[in-house]
Design a protein around this ligand. Structure first.
Ligand code: XIL
Length: 347
């Protein structure tokens, strides 16, 4: 059995692909992707810093290969992401004299950026994460250069430009901690505001970077968010699913802890393998999530893992670098974990 067969009547199942996989340097992962999944997302290579590194220069090499792979395998190809305050090149907000640009220039640059990318893959990329992570957990708009210069209108403009470039593409708003009640309310309000203004938005992406120890405190709210988004009339995508088994430090984010023995013991405890009890708890988290997803399969259109195997997961390097995490369903030897067969029994 495979994910795409087992859940074919419920939702697409996909994975984020990294550069090695897209460029053909990781045939073991690609074999898993071809066998198991019917949707793909580019982990990094459609982000502005990679695809549009300089104002007058795009670099489509990896993105083109990514799209070709999806087409060759008949997959639902997702674009990620058009407007995000991270992995954004310096030039985006600065003019030739080094001064911050104004409203009109930023609108022009956003339009050019979005139109160029979406048009290139028109009819091929079927759904776009148009705006990523625009809200804080308290529901307010995130401070970013986009927000500072344009106010919340930048969100509407991004969706309009994407829609003009490919009227048939599905358009999504994507964010993390979508289970937080205030963020949920704010997303629902945003959907209604956009639609009231005649702007197309098809779905919301719940990033789903979960942490094992937080399960009990958030699980009920994950369901409430799915219900709230369903009531708002949009599709729900579970876009970046992984479950970290490691502690999530609020401090020193981004730091490399591999050289610090004391810190490593605390924050990187499973370098020799995952203890049985932790593994079982992580397995059960996945089972409970898939039960939930199947229960809401009318609303959930896609479930996408953020990566393929544990060894290549971004979770080994976030929120601190140099750890050994076990967030995905294929292990460091490219084997499906035993829990996969239990997930296939979920109905
Ligand atoms: C992450 C990638 O996985 C990393 O390789 C990269 O260094 C940083 O970005 N939210 C998102 C994703 O929308 O694009 C991020 O991906 C993870 C958090």
């Amino acid at each position: 059995k495979t994910f795409k067969e087992v859940f074919k009547d419920d939702f697409y199942v996909g994975a984020a692909l990294n550069k090695y996989q897209i460029m053909g340097a990781d045939s073991q992962s690609i074999a898993i992707v071809e066998k198991q999944f019917n949707s793909i997302t580019p982990e990094n290579y459609m982000k502005a810093s990679n695809i549009h590194p300089e104002k007058d220069r795009y670099d489509f090499r990896v993105a083109d290969k990514y799209v070709a792979f999806g087409l060759a395998n008949n997959m639902k190809i997702i674009g990620h992401t058009l407007v995000w305050h991270i992995q954004l090149p310096e030039w985006f907000f600065v003019d030739d004299e080094g001064n911050q640009i104004g409203k009109d220039e930023l609108i022009a640059r956003m339009k050019e950026h979005i139109t160029t990318i979406v048009s290139r893959y028109k009819g091929k990329v079927k759904g776009w994460d148009v705006v990523n992570e625009a809200l804080n957990e308290d529901g307010s708009y995130r401070e970013s250069k986009f927000y500072e210069i344009l106010g919340k209108d930048y969100i509407k403009l991004a969706f309009q430009f994407a829609h003009e470039a490919d009227p048939d593409a599905e358009l999504y708003y994507n964010d993390y901690t979508m289970y937080k009640p205030k963020k949920r309310d704010s997303v629902v309000r945003m959907i209604k505001e956009l639609r009231a203004e005649g702007v197309r938005i098809d779905g919301v992406g719940m990033q789903a970077h979960y942490i094992l120890s937080e399960k009990d405190s958030i699980f009920g709210n994950i369901e409430k968010s799915i219900m709230a988004f369903a009531s708002a009339g949009v599709k729900v995508m579970v876009t970046e699913l992984d479950i970290s088994v490691l502690p999530f430090p609020e401090e020193n984010q981004g730091a490399d802890i591999s050289g610090n023995a004391e810190y490593s013991k605390l924050l990187n405890p499973y370098t020799e393998g995952l203890p049985e009890d932790v593994r079982l708890r992580a397995d059960n988290y996945y089972i409970d999530l898939f039960n939930l997803f199947v229960k809401y399969s009318d609303t959930i259109d896609r479930v996408t893992f953020w990566g393929v195997t544990d060894n290549q997961s971004w979770k080994n390097n976030w929120p601190v670098k140099g750890r050994t995490d076990y967030p995905l369903l294929f292990d460091r030897n490219y084997q499906a974990k035993p829990v996969v067969n239990r997930i296939f029994e979920v109905m």
